[in-house]
Design a protein around this ligand. Sequence first.
Ligand code: SAH
Length: 495
Amino acid sequence: MTKQKNREYKKSRKKPHHSKKQNSKQSSPQGNRKNEKSQGKPNTTDKHQRGKKRVTIEVTCSGLTSEGKGIIQWKGKQLEVANLLPGETAEVFVSKKGRFFNTELKRVINTSEDRANLPRLSYNEGVGCQIQHMNEQAQKRFKQNIIDELMKPFGKPEPIITMEHPYDYRNKNVMTFGMNKKRQIISGLYAENTHQIIPMERSIIHDPKADEIIQTIKGMMKSFKMQPYNEDNGRGFLRHVLVRVGKKSGEIMVVLVAASPMFKGKNNFVKALRKAHPEITTILLNVNKRNDSMVLGNQEKVLFGKGTITDTLCGLEFEISAKSFYQINPVQTEKLYTKAIEMAELTGEETVVDAYCGIGTIGLVASQQAGKVIGVELNKDAVRDAIRNSKRNGVKNARFYQGDAGEFMVQMAEHGEDVDVVFMDPPRSGSDEAFLSSLVKLKPKRVVYVSCNPETQARDLKYLVKYGYKVGEIQPVDMFPQTVHVESVAKLELK
Ligand code: SAH
């Protein structure tokens, strides 16, 4: 059972924070409609988890945190409860662990109109989907509020662009392998802020075929004597399986991430996997000996096929390597890119920089309406993909460089280059001082800032506004339905 940690605090709500590993487990989401209220009186006390005491309290939820958790008051403290909605009265387990309080929803007593009508969850389908218990309208309101609040200093954002079928959208699934106490092989996702694997067979946001392939691999392991890796003693072989699906091309890549390059019986394994899933177009072995939370290591070997998959976005074909970044929701990505390129107001003459360009997607789509495009990206494999992708699509006016985007911009500024438009799409941590200070020296007419973390986007916008830009349109896009994450694109113009 997943516990939600609550820091003991009484004041304002926690600052918006979106961690990559936001996992929470759905527990007893459906309640019956009764209208009882009480202010956090303990109902019962029981022994739970190696004798630790927990109490059951009945409470009414007063609001939501930016992580989608319900806020409750108990004994003068503000606590957070996953899967609980404002206005709902519920029974909640509370236990204390050090300075923290763990909470867990036991039962909803009166259900909010915002609650999604979920089917009974037979697997641990809630992991990673922090707000799947909210219906579509409630999710839309929740995300709009986050963006509206953060962007207040810059103007009023447009209504968020939602997804018509907000399920099965992820084109990349990664599952971690391990062993449970009964020494059975399990695959799933880490519980929030831990390295404890919550077994998961199916998620409502994963590509169904990708989930199926991972289950097949799990089922094959015993007969191939393939051991899951054990983080504690460093023994075993298989750490993760990553499946990437070209949603339009139908191509499928399977990456077996192992602790060692010694893959006994690999030919038979590959043969059996291909027999079970003839739709797989390439299989790779990736070796990761590290002890951090990165899934992929540097060493890679193609076991079958060409080692990459292709997919189509905005009418162009893209080749994607295992280690390259590629947007995980292609349906919404097309809407995002279309909006970003519209904001750039290109006429066919401009010199355009695509910073943090990944495999070159934004720059290559924009190149059709620009004079020339210069892309910069840190990841070597992604840059190689970007160069291949410009050739594949017959693009002649785009160049891609490998390096730190900040350093690259510093050099451009030192050389006094002429740049008309900059697209920037940094990772969650946002951009840095080197990049931003050079950007304002280069003085492009327009900057289009695409972000998967509106908090760091707001921080960087503040800098750009201070140094001569004004923020125009701000367009949130729901790239990650059922989760707390939200994408946003902002247009900036030189004052
Ligand atoms: N624009 C692309 C990729 C966006 S994700 C797309 O839409 O697909 C952010 C990208 O920034 C990743 O590809 C990551 O490898 C890259 N990146 C991270 N830090 C960087 C840095 N310091 N300099 C350049 N690129 C960086």
